[in-house]
Design a protein around this ligand. Structure first.
Ligand SMILES: Cc1ncc(C[n+]2csc(CCOP(=O)(O)OP(=O)(O)O)c2C)c(N)n1
Ligand SMILES: [Mg+2]
Length: 578
């Protein structure tokens, strides 16, 4: 029977398990929306801006419950969504991007929304497809989903011209989605044995884990315990190892690391890194040197030796490789004693770091450490914390313990401000029964705050904590010493309560430490009643994160002596002249 491409698309999306689509209808996709309205399995979510749609879809995928999907108009919808697509691309997040396309059957030029979408999206997707026949709709979606979810995941793009959506055609034979059997370990047995030998003979082994190992929590815990090794995480991988495990040392490595990591890894002579590319953020601007005995586990072989040479590179799915490694690992004498010593030192260092933060005077404002401690106490272990990009991100990474895999979602390597509010909405849709909170800087909040109207419309009880310091702090702090002036990083006033009123969210103000408990009481009560709430947190940013201090030092030292002298000279001169 002849069918439209819109109905074929709906069937394909249902068969691959899509639960939500995000986007805005236009003349090039209303046939698809009309089909989605009939679907018992898929809810099409109307957003405020396609950029928000892409961040929502990204967060759905990161939550691990279904594949984040966009249904958007060509050209303008695609360019609006591009930031979120690129974030997913650089962070290795699967995403299905479906746009309508201009008619290919009229011979007309200069149609509405006519542009080469494939050229635009090529560098920020794993693949793009233009569907040219009805019979290709379902197989194309299956193939695109395979590409998006295999190897290092990423976004894919499919354009379905509007004439195919409107007109019927031969659907071909409709199959179920194929099951792809991919070897999950490509590393050789010899290299796995070698890695096990290196780890077993190390005096001070350490684990460094990224988002690529987020599904390998059980194996990582087993390995850390067998070795008695401390564990550090990347920013994106904050949730890849439970922070309430005694061997969890904390965030980052080298100069930008928290003290517990700094001490635990000081004498590290063999590092196993899993699911990280050693990117700029992960390494605090490359501010650390791994030991010569570096064992690198990743599903993407391109990352090996890219920034740091690996003694042993193990290609494959992190969980599968680690299971093989555990099977090869001999009994290690003395690892019990090492484990107790490492854990004791980590506990002491974490307590001292927290105490130093709590002792810091927030000058009548909210002490970030006190805020995170109170928030942690309110959250269940399986809660999701979504952040944006800014100083608040690194405060959260250093001070907010995350207990659950996928419980920390951050826009990392594309580092796109504006991510948090829509991603919080996506994460809540993905896991409606879980607590989902966003933490966002006041600068990033302005970019996408109106998306909270989407939360209100969908009765989503999300809490968005706006860390309101009046500045683009992460950049302003970096300007302070070298420039001694804050060009374009001091924000004009914003009536956050007005934003709440405009979007239908509730509003809570937290002006100082004394308001923290009451503010959280109010916010969680509103969220439980399925209404979004904005909490305006008058945060104190006068104490720097270890991350910011570390990267500033690392970057300054990297300059050649002449440049260093010029920059230091300029800073000193400005300090004298004002
Ligand atoms: C789209 C985009 N524009 C600019 C930047 C550069 N940038 C990184 S962090 C930051 C400051 C963010 O300010 P805010 O949201 O207030 O967070 P805070 O640092 O104050 O916590 C800026 C401007 C970026 N990462 N993304
Ligand atoms: Mg700010």
């Amino acid at each position: 029977m002849s069918r439209t491409a819109a109905s074929l698309l709906r069937e394909a999306l249902e068969k691959v398990g899509v639960r939500y689509t995000f986007g805005i209808p236009g003349v090039h996709n209303t046939e698809i929306y009309d089909e989605l309205a009939k679907s018992p399995a898929i809810t099409p979510v109307l957003v405020t801006h396609e950029g928000g749609a892409a961040f929502m879809a990204d967060a759905v995928s990161r939550s691990g419950t279904s594949l984040g999907t966009l249904v958007i108009v060509p050209a303008a919808g695609v360019t609006h969504a591009a930031s979120g697509i690129a974030e997913a691309f650089l962070d290795g997040i699967p995403m299905l991007v479906i746009a309508g396309g201009v008619r290919r059957d009229t011979g007309r030029r200069y149609q509405l929304h006519e542009m080469d979408q494939h050229a635009l999206l090529k560098p920020i997707t794993k693949g793009t497809w233009l569907v040219e026949r009805h019979a290709d709709v379902i197989p194309t979606i299956y193939e695109a989903v395979r590409v998006a979810t295999s190897g290092e995941p990423g976004p894919v793009f499919i354009e379905i011209p509007v004439n195919l959506q409107l007109l019927t055609g031969d659907p071909g034979v409709v199959h179920e989605p194929p099951v792809h059997v991919v070897p999950d370990v490509r590393a050789s047995a010899v290299s796995i044995t070698e890695a096990a030998r290196l780890l077993a003979s190390a005096r001070s082994p350490g684990l460094f884990v990224g988002w690529g190992a987020v599904a390998a929590g059980r194996e990582l815990v087993a390995l850390a315990e067998r070795l008695g090794a401390p564990v550090s995480t990347t920013l994106q991988g904050v949730s890849s190892f439970p922070a309430n495990h005694p061997l969890h040392a904390g965030f980052c490595l080298g100069r930008a690391a928290v003290p517990a990591v700094e001490n635990a890894f000081r004498d590290c002579d063999c590092m196993l890194a899993a699911g990280t590319r050693f990117g700029e953020i992960a390494t605090g601007s490359y501010g650390f040197e791994p030991p010569a005995n570096l064992i690198h586990v990743d599903i993407n072989p391109e990352v090996f030796d890219a920034n740091y040479p690996a003694r042993v590179a193990l290609e494959g799915d992190a969980g599968a490789v680690l299971r093989r490694l555990l099977a090869e690992l001999p009994a290690i004498s003395g690892s019990e004693v090492r484990r107790a010593g490492v854990a004791a030192r980590i506990a002491a260092d974490k307590a001292a770091y927290l105490d130093a933060w709590l002792a810091h005077d927030p000058r009548g404002r909210v002490n970030p450490a006190r805020f995170f401690a109170a928030l942690r106490a309110r959250l269940a272990d399986d809660a999701t914390v979504v952040v944006d990009d800014g100083n608040h991100t690194f405060l959260a990474a250093e001070l907010m313990p995350i207990h659950h895999a996928r419980g920390f979602i951050s826009p990392t390597d594309f580092n796109c401000m504006g991510y948090c509010v829509p991603a919080t909405i996506g994460a809540k849709l993905a896991r409606p029964g879980a607590q989902v909170v966003g933490i966002v800087g006041d600068g990033a909040f302005r970019m996408t705050a109106l998306e909270l109207a989407t939360a209100t419309a969908n009765e989503l009880g999300v809490i968005v904590f706006v860390f309101n310091d009046g500045e683009l702090a992460q950049i302003a702090q970096a300007q302070e010493i070298p420039y001694n002036r804050k060009t374009c990083t001091v924000l004009g006033p914003l009536d956050v309560a007005g934003v709440a009123q405009a979007t239908g969210a509730a509003f809570v103000r937290m002006a100082g430490d004394v308001d923290i408990e009451r503010g959280l009481d109010e916010a969680f009560a509103v969220a439980a009643a399925r209404r979004p709430v904005i909490v305006d947190v008058a945060v104190d940013y006068s104490r720097r994160t270890r991350f910011t201090e570390g990267i500033l030092k690392t970057n300054l030292e990297r300059f050649d002596p002449g440049t260093k002298a010029r920059l230091v000279g300029r800073a000193l001169w400005r300090r004298v002249t004002g």
